[in-house]
Write a new protein. Sequence first.
Length: 444
Amino acid sequence: MVGMLAAMPPPAPPFAQPDDARFRSRGDACPGALRLHRADDGSLARVRVPGGVLGADQADGLRELAVELGDGELYLTSRGNVQLRGLGAECGGELASRMYEIGLLPSERHERVRNVVASPLSGLDGRGARDVRPWLTALDALVCASEEAAGLSGRFLFALDDGRGDVDALGADVTLRARADGDAELRIGALDPVARIPADEAPRAALLAATVFLSMAAGSGAWRVADLPGGAGPLRDEVLRRWGAAGLPVALGTVPVPDCTPPALGVVAGSGDTDALSVGLPLGRADAVRWRTLTDLARDHGAGELRLTPWRGVVVPGVRRERASGALDALEAVGLVTGDRSPWTGVGACIGRPGCAKSLADVRGDAASALSVAPTVGALPVHWSGCERRCGHPRGAWVDVVAGPDGGYRVSVVRDGGRADPVHVADDPVALADAVAAARDPRT
């Protein structure tokens, strides 16, 4: 049944407008591809890319849309999705129609709920317990076929981990993790222990968890598992009760949430005669030249796809080994981050001014200025934020750089759920570079 759902082309949707009443029913303001968000630099569209997997033609189509309708750049999110910015207020219909044509809108009702992150190197480097691509295909088809799932918020997140623990660490609402013995683990929120289930049933279990969440969240205002008034425990218990009532095997086991481990940058050795290339986008942003260099490489010398990572990077699979080194040099030549020695490695930022009215500073410009006067590489990632919301900040341990109302910044280290006392720094590139470098030092 899942295979049939995945193969059937959906009917062309009647594209709704941003003020459609359906978009107000849950009070969820999360932007999508059909409902644009009005920002200070124009409208913003957030395109869901389940598992971060984009065909080369789809990636080309997004680049054309960014150039023709937006500011010419593509922005990666911390969920491996793509944002287009600087869009005109009247472009919504054309944008939606063209994205439908390139296969990025399989269901109008579900376009904002197709939030799935997956291990970017799954099936490529010989690590992990299984390739999660079949899970990804099956789960996306199940979500798009479920009337109940259409009621999820745009913030609800699924994670598919191939066993290496990379996306299990991202705090998804529902996580599937492959086991070396062939089974799967189902984690609800950040709970431990997890449920051990048959791997072939894992996508169905994930959808069950999401729909049970909706029934338990009704009337509570909860958009994510962590928002449930009773916590994640009752949700897990009800999911397991229903799972067992259906006659399916389940067991509980202890599997602590791992540390966050993004893919290493550079050439990733494959098991055959091809490798993958893993690169970062400075501040998660790519202009048309950088994006086209990636898509041309994927089409001409790779497997014909890009894998966008939750760490605002891109993996190009299927590059023949004899070409990998030269291809990596070509990516570096256009400004992509190809190794840990780059000062851009681990550096992130919100959009800041002038794109966001809430931002107190041009954080991207200030981050670039600080790196230009004193390039530094540190063990901890650093995130620059224009306000207290800290949009897009990483998980785990990180350096928090937040703009203040006085024109300066506060720099602190976040670790183990706590925050060190901040250091107040003037808006000066040298002073900021020194403060950030000291905070990123693991000995601090």
